[in-house]
Design a protein around this ligand. Structure first.
Ligand code: ADP
Ligand code: TRP
Length: 326
C-alpha cells in the first residue's frame, strides 16, 4: 500500500460496539492513522433503518464517537465525522441510484437477513447499499476495511461506480474492499457470530463486573480440569487468540492440551487480558465523557473537513449527469 492511500470506513451507531466490531474494523482503522489518509465516520443515516427511538439513536452516536476517540482515533491525523453532518452523501445517493437495478438490490444478503429478523422492509433499508456506495464514492475511498458480511455491499459499490463512470465519464474511484481474513468472523460467547442482536457480544467498555460475567458465560464443553482440552473446538480459545500473537497462541494451545487447568481459570485470564488491553482507553473514555464541549468541537471540525471533499465529488457528479446546465 502506498503512503497516500485513502482508507475509509464507517460503523453504525445502532448499539454498543463490541469485540467483533473492534477486531474486524476499529483496530485497523485506528492503526491506519499512522500510515494512511484515514476517513472514518459514524453511519447515523444508516442507523435510521433500524433505530426508531430518538434517544436511542442520539446515545448510539455519542457512544460510537466516544468509543473511537477513547480507542485512539486522532481527529488531527484523520478525518472523523458523523455521516449526517455531511448531507451531500444523500444527494449523491440519488445520483447513484440510477446506476443499480432493483433486481440487483433484491439480492442483498444484508437486506434479506434483516427482513427475516423482523425489521421493517422500508424503502430506506432497501436503499441502504446505495447510501453506502455514496459514503465511499463521495470521499474517494480507495480501501474499505469491513467485516466479511459487508463484502457484497462493497461489490455493489464497485458496480455502481463502474456503471456511473461508464455512462457519464470517470468521476469516481473504484474502491477495494479489505476483509481482515485472520479475524473474518469473531465468535460470540455462544459460538455464533458475535452480534448485538444475538445477545452474545462482549462489550469492551462495559462496567468491570458485567464484563467479567460475560466472559464467564463463554460456552465450553464438559471436559474436566484434569483432562486435555481441544483448542480447535473451543470458542474460549478462539476469542482468547484475538488478543495474542502467534507465539502466545501456540503457548495457549499447549496449555489447553495439558491437563491441570480448568476452563474457569482460562476465562479469568481472558477477562484480565481484556481489562488490561482496554485499561487506558477506559480511562480516556471517562475523561472524554466529562467534556462534551470537546466532543462538539471535534465533530464540527471533522464535518467541515469531510464536507469539503464530498462537495467536490458531488459537484463533479452533478456536472457529469447534466445538472450544471447554465
Ligand atoms: P452487529 O452484528 O453487532 O449488528 P454491525 O452489523 O453493526 O454488528 O457491524 C459493524 C461492523 O463490524 C461491520 O463491518 C461488521 O462486518 C463488523 N462485525 C460485526 N460483528 C462482527 C463479528 N462478529 N466478526 C467480525 N466482524 C464483525
Ligand atoms: N454498512 C456498514 C455496517 O453495517 C456501515 C457502513 C455504512 C459502511 N457506510 C459505509 C462501511 C461505508 C464502510 C463504508 O457495518
Amino acid at each position: 500500500m502506498n503512503a497516500t492511500m485513502r482508507v475509509l470506513s464507517g460503523i453504525q451507531p445502532s448499539g454498543q460496539l463490541h469485540l467483533g466490531n473492534y477486531f474486524s474494523m476499529m483496530r485497523q482503522m485506528i492503526r491506519y492513522q499512522q500510515t494512511e489518509d484515514l476517513f472514518c465516520f459514524v453511519a447515523s443515516y444508516h442507523a435510521l433503518t433500524t433505530v426508531f427511538e430518538r434517544e436511542k439513536l442520539e446515545e448510539g452516536i455519542r457512544n460510537a464517537l466516544l468509543d473511537f476517540l477513547a480507542l485512539g482515533m486522532d481527529p488531527d491525523k484523520s478525518t472523523f465525522w458523523v455521516q449526517s453532518d455531511v448531507p451531500e452523501v444523500t444527494e449523491l445517493t440519488w445520483l447513484l441510484s440510477t446506476s443499480i437495478t432493483v433486481p440487483q438490490l433484491e439480492l442483498a444478503h444484508s437486506y434479506k437477513d434483516k427482513v427475516a429478523q423482523g425489521i421493517s422492509p422500508s424503502g430506506g433499508l432497501f436503499f441502504y447499499p446505495i447510501l453506502m456506495a455514496a459514503d465511499i464514492l463521495a470521499f474517494g475511498g480507495e480501501r474499505v476495511p469491513v467485516g466479511k458480511d459487508q463484502k457484497q455491499h462493497l461489490e455493489f459499490t464497485r458496480d455502481i461506480a463502474g456503471r456511473f463512470n461508464n455512462r457519464y465519464g470517470e468521476v469516481f474511484k473504484v474502491p477495494e474492499p479489505e476483509i481482515g481474513e485472520e479475524v473474518a468472523v469473531v465468535p460470540g460467547v455462544d459460538g455464533r457470530k458475535m452480534s448485538k442482536s444475538y445477545g452474545n457480544a462482549i462489550y469492551f467498555f462495559a462496567p468491570e463486573k458485567k464484563l467479567r460475567k460475560t466472559v464467564m458465560s463463554i460456552v465450553t464443553d464438559s471436559t474436566g480440569v484434569d483432562e486435555a482440552k481441544d483448542p480447535d473446538q473451543s470458542v474460549l480459545y478462539q476469542i482468547f487468540c484475538l488478543f495474542l500473537d502467534e507465539k502466545g497462541r501456540g503457548e495457549l494451545a499447549d496449555r489447553f492440551r495439558t491437563p491441570g487447568t480448568g476452563y474457569g481459570h482460562f476465562k479469568q485470564e481472558l477477562f484480565e487480558k481484556i481489562m488490561d488491553t482496554f485499561s487506558e482507553s477506559r480511562k480516556r473514555r471517562e475523561e472524554l465523557e466529562a467534556d462534551p464541549g470537546y466532543l462538539q468541537e471535534v465533530m464540527s471540525k471533522g464535518a467541515e473537513k469531510a464536507r469539503a471533499v464530498a462537495s467536490d465529488y458531488l459537484d463533479r457528479a452533478r456536472q457529469a449527469v447534466g445538472l450544471r446546465y447554465l
